[in-house]
Design a protein around this ligand. Structure first.
Ligand code: SF4
Length: 440
């Protein structure tokens, strides 16, 4: 099929959505090239996320902002996919006449058909499949992103955990693992095409199980680790209840596995954790982290925290505050609780006043910022090994790279350095990144 135009994909939410956007791009690869901005696109796709509150509101306000583009170009096609689409379906078309097509989280492969239907028959279309028993790959598109040094590979989709606050099992479906042979083939093909670092993606990677061979996540890590040319291997997300000593030992022994883990704690009060249906206590979490730090001393941890879960008292919140100081996370992604329709927590009384949640969140973030700043300051003057990932998003002439243990560093350099491993001397600490200079 001939190339017909340019597509702009706006991705909301987590890395799973980033991966899905790559999959969308791969699906459209023979007819659309990537547009640098929405203004120059013939097709705009919003890949939405409904994990946090006001997701629908954000999507509709983004759609509203696209109206001037649609006025200028009536042939512009606007599509909505991802978790909000999966949840709202036809409701999006009913509510916004600007939207031409809606596709669910299991319908990415249908996009070319939906576009044909829209273009040739002039119909606004919505396709939402409830479940798919397949986890498909984001094949390497034949242009644009093939030489990116860091790539994502999905190993499973959906989740069986049904944490009380979480919409994921409802919009992404039940947990399905992808055959390891497919994962290895995709990872090998990415490495052949220039990837040096791969992140394995799943809602709960620890419960990965090859549907044919029964291989578990550690077997999979060992296989990916042995791919010739791969330098770094990461994975996300690990559920603390399934984070095992075997995995800790594998992290320590496999050469490519990086010294960083995202381990969402969510809260430190056992009462709140129980209400959230997380399946662990703060002591259990803490002893796993101690075991991890025992075998990998320079490992860095990041986490997610929800404040203001139903029934949470100031004394519960104080436990999370002390926990933060003890854990010394590299970073914590923190949010106010807001009920997601259809989840168990939506049945509970949302009894922590919004004003209280609004007070707790910055208190927690202020403490975390101090911890992050301290970690950054400790690195000033030191030399670190960095994989150069991209040009800096804000400063011209700057590159952005990452250490194995997940510190982001900006430094001056030329684009030809992207994809190389270099040593950088850290000169300055910033709020979310470091600044430095290349060591000759
Ligand atoms: S583990 Fe819990 S929070 Fe994570 S995706 Fe599954 S249900 Fe959601």
């Amino acid at each position: 099929m001939e190339e017909t135009g340019k597509v702009f994909i706006k991705t909301f939410g987590c890395q799973m959505n980033v991966y899905d956007s790559e999959k969308i791009m791969a699906c459209l690869d023979d007819r659309y090239i990537e547009a640098a901005s929405a203004d120059e696109a013939d097709l705009i796709l919003l890949n939405t996320c409904s994990v946090r509150g006001k997701a629908e509101h954000k999507v509709f306000s983004m759609i509203g902002r696209l109206k001037p583009l649609k006025d200028l170009n009536p042939d512009l096609i606007i599509g909505v996919g991802g978790c909000v689409a999966q949840q709202e379906g036809q409701g999006i078309l009913d509510r916004s006449p600007l939207v031409d097509l809606v596709f669910g989280t299991h319908n990415i492969d249908d996009l070319p058909d939906l576009l044909d239907e829209r273009i040739s028959k002039g119909r606004r279309v919505c396709r939402i499949r409830e479940e798919s028993d397949k986890v498909t790959s984001a094949q390497v598109p034949s242009h644009a992103v093939i030489s990116k040094p860091t790539r994502l590979v999905t190993i499973m989709k959906g989740c069986d955990n049904f944490c009380a606050y979480c919409i994921v099992p409802y919009v992404r479906g039940r947990e399905i693992s992808r055959p390891s042979v497919e994962i290895i083939n995709e990872a090998e093909s990415l490495v052949e095409n220039g990837a040096l670092e791969i992140t394995l993606l799943g809602q709960n990677v620890n419960s990965y199980r090859d549907p044919g061979t029964g291989d578990d996540f550690i077997d999979l890590l060992e296989k990916v680790d042995s791919i010739h040319g791969l330098l770094r291997l990461r994975f996300v997300t690990s559920h603390p209840k399934d984070f095992s000593m075997e995995l800790i030992n594998a992290m320590a022994s496999l050469e490519t596995v990086c010294e960083h883990i995202h381990l969402p704690v969510q809260a430190a009060s056992n009462k709140v954790l129980e209400g959230m249906r997380r399946g662990y206590t703060s002591d259990e979490y803490q002893s796993k982290v101690a075991a991890l730090r025992g075998v990998i001393p320079d490992v860095e941890l990041t986490t997610d925290i929800i404040v203001g879960f139903p029934g949470e008292k100031r004394s519960d919140f104080d436990m999370t505050i002390s926990f933060l100081s003890e854990m010394r996370y590299q970073n914590a992604f923190s949010f106010r609780f807001s009920p997601r329709p259809g989840t168990a927590a939506a049945q509970l009384e949302d009894d922590v006043p919004e004003s209280v949640k609004r007070g707790w969140l910055p208190e927690l973030q202020h403490l975390q910022n101090k911890i992050t700043a301290r970690k950054h300051e400790d690195l000033v003057g030191r030399e670190v090994e960095v994989l150069v990932e991209s040009t800096g998003k804000k400063e011209n002439g700057f590159l952005e790279g990452r250490t194995r243990n997940n510190f982001i560093i900006h430094f001056p350099g030329g684009e030809d350095m992207i994809g190389s491993l270099i040593n950088v001397k850290v000169n300055r600490s910033r709020k979310i990144h470091l600044e430095g200079e290349v060591v000759k």
